[in-house]
Design a protein around this ligand. Structure first.
Ligand code: DC
Length: 230
C-alpha cells in the first residue's frame, strides 16, 4: 500500500501531538513532533546562558552548529523521544520555563532553516505524521492530508493546566491562559513562517470534541486518502 504524508498544524495545546501519535501508531507510520525540536533548541539556549532578559540571538545562531537533534524510540513506552546531543530531553523540554521562551527561539530564521531542513529529511520517505505550525505550509507542502487544529483559548488553557498539574508543576490557570494567548499571538504574527492554515488544509475545531471522536474522524479521513492513492 502506498504511504502518504500527514501534516497536522494548529494552535498550541489543541492536542495535535496526542492525535498525531495515535494516528501514526494505527497506520504504522513514523511520528515527528516538530515542536519538540524548537523546544530542545530553547532548552539549549537556557542551559548555555543565551536566554537572560531576552534571547541572545547572535549567540544562539553562532552555536547552532553544535546542536544535534534527533528522535529515538523509548522501548519502555513505545514513544519516539527527542534527543539533544545524544541526551534524552523529552521531559526537560515540557516545563513552563521552556514554554515561556520557545516562541522567541522559533522566530529566529536561522533556527527555522536548520530545523525545517532536518524535518524535510525525516519526512522524505513518506509514511510520516508530523505536527507543528508550518508543516502543511512550509515543511511538507505536498502532504496528502493536512489538518489545521484549533479550539477556544480557555479550553486549551484548561487542558494544559490539568496536564501541568498532573506533572507536579506549580502554575496557576491564569498563568497558563496568558501563556497560551501570548504564544498564539507570537506564533501567528512572526515574520518567518507564521502559523496559518494552508489553503488545502481541513479546519478542525475540537473545542467540543473528545479525543476518541477526533481520532475516529481523522483516522477515517486518512484511510480514505490512502485508498485514493493506491
Ligand atoms: O507544539 P509545541 O507547543 O510543542 O511547540 C512549541 C513552540 O514551537 C510553539 O510555540 C511554536 C513553535 N513551533 C514552530 O514555530 N513551528 C513548528 N513547526 C512547531 C513548533
Amino acid at each position: 500500500m502506498r504511504k502518504i504524508s500527514i501534516a497536522i498544524d494548529g494552535h498550541s495545546s489543541t492536542g495535535k501531538s496526542t492525535l498525531a501519535r495515535q494516528l501514526a501508531k494505527s497506520l504504522g507510520y513514523v511520528y515527528i513532533d516538530s515542536g519538540a525540536m524548537y523546544r530542545a533548541v530553547t532548552l539549549f539556549a537556557l542551559r548555555n546562558g543565551l536566554m537572560n532578559d531576552s534571547l541572545d540571538r547572535d549567540g544562539l545562531v553562532s552555536r547552532l552548529g553544535e546542536l544535534e537533534l534527533g528522535f529515538r524510540l523509548n522501548e519502555e513506552n513505545g514513544r519516539s523521544e527527542i534527543q539533544l546531543n545524544g541526551e534524552n530531553v523529552e521531559k526537560e523540554i515540557r516545563t513552563i520555563e521552556v514554554s515561556g521562551h520557545v516562541s522567541e527561539v522559533a522566530a529566529v530564521p536561522e533556527v527555522r532553516e536548520k530545523l525545517v531542513r532536518l524535518q524535510r529529511e525525516m519526512g522524505a520517505d513518506r509514511g510520516v505524521v508530523m505536527d507543528g505550525r508550518d508543516i502543511g505550509t512550509v515543511v511538507l507542502p505536498d502532504a496528502e492530508l493536512k489538518l489545521f487544529m484549533t479550539a477556544a483559548p480557555e479550553i486549551r488553557a484548561a487542558r494544559r493546566y490539568k496536564e501541568l498539574l498532573g506533572r507536579g508543576e506549580e502554575v496557576s490557570y491564569q498563568e497558563v491562559l496568558s501563556n497560551v494567548r501570548h504564544r498564539d499571538h507570537l506564533d501567528s504574527n512572526r515574520e518567518v513562517s507564521p502559523l496559518k492554515q494552508a489553503a488545502d488544509a481541513i479546519l478542525f475545531d475540537n473545542s467540543d470534541m473528545g479525543l476518541s471522536e477526533q481520532y475516529e474522524r481523522v483516522l477515517s479521513l486518512a484511510k480514505r486518502v490512502v485508498e485514493n492513492k493506491k
